[in-house]
Design a protein around this ligand. Sequence first.
Ligand code: CA
Length: 512
Amino acid sequence: MYRKLNLILCASVLLFGQAQAQKKPKSTKPNILIIISDDHAFQTIGAYGSSLMPTPGIDRLAKEGAVMQNAFVSNSICGPSRACLLTGKHSAANGFKDNHSKFDASQDIFVRRLQGVGYQTAWIGKWHLETEPQGLDYWEILPGQGHYYNPDFLQMDGSSKRKEGYVTDLTTQAAEEWLETRNEDKPFCLIVGHKATHRVWMPDLQDLGGFDTTTFPLPSNFYDNYENRYAASQQDMSIEKTLRLGYDLKVMQDLDRGRENYTRMNAEQKRVYDRYYQTVEKDFISKNLSGKELTEWKYQRYMRDYLSTAASLDRNIGGLLNYMDKKGLTDNTLVIYLSDQGFYMGEHGWFDKRFMYEESLKTPMLVRYPGVIKPGTVHHEMVMNIDIAPTALELAGLTPSKEIQGKSMLPLFKGIEKKSRDAVYYHYFEFGEHNVIPHFGIRTDRYKLIRFYRGADKWELYDLEKDQKEMKNLIDAPGYAEIQATLVKKLKELTVRFKDVEAEMILDQEGI
Ligand code: CA
């Protein structure tokens, strides 16, 4: 009897063991989720101290992870910023210098290396690198800038799929669909690229008018006269002169209310959208504004459309985080939220980006990695978008190649390192739309040195401790000679280290 029972027990253990062996264990390697938006200003995010609008979705990452208070981009413009993200290199080294470039995706990009160690990789949404994605097991991307309403998504088989709805929702949906169908035995690296909050800020229908009862205070330097800052005086990105009533603010002039985006809407969408903007237009006509009153009306409308567009972005980020909870993915996933650069919300009288001044040099960056990053952490160390590639590589157990110019943020997250870098290097190459003169420079924790070229040979120096708004150019100012000399030397050193030949030549010609 005893022997018989023993045999049954042995057989059961054997059978159970076989069943276990047949079911492969799920991956224990950490997953990586990167959400990258477009032109999203940190000044509008609660976790960065903003009270302009509620941002519970993004703020959740700050509560459960870390907010990077000093996260910077290498080149403040759409396509080049994504190239920096993928390569971990500055624009001069990865070759994608301005929005007219084409990205060479055959170079060493971190997603390809992750594939090599068993990661499933995907990019969904805005790509904007002009070449076909590589190093990805799956991609579904918006062509070029994409559209807010009923956008096309390019598919891997070369076809294009038009999807009905609002782009931010559709991008999140596509991301969740891919997560549903992925191979759960492998870790994943998913990059979700949002079109929002890019110009021309077309909100989701449900968010129209969400801020109409709010009057936003003008930034203290809204009426900047650009004294002693030549490049700033030459730009064409002001709310007063550049922002267009029809194209941007959807009233008067170009009655198409957002141009090609508007023509994609279906009849019902147009009905709701038109009803809203017709009311705005009627009110605008009745006011008969001019001068400062007109400029300030434009500012209020810009803020309202921008923040309404951002409302959907935040809701969708919150939604994706909820999805991660439901699927049990939260604990084993590093989540990074960032924008491709910052944006002006009326500071210096501007919208847009490009300049090395704080509002566009800085990007929001929030990071959650349960078990490693303590909830509610605030980091003040200077990190960059080129740090994401080496961070992802290190997380996957890989060593970043020597060509990578960014620095893994993992030691910072783990508390092993206290400091990331002593200076941020920046180079904006494009000289076209918005007439921003090309420039390069460095930012330390206190100072910023900028060298403009091509459109003008000018230097600027700022003491950020005394002048956070960057209104007083201190180049050659008394009392700053020593710090200026140190910064110029450091700038030269970084142009050489990062193989930025163009910048190095300019300094060489000046005998630096
Ligand atoms: Ca952008």
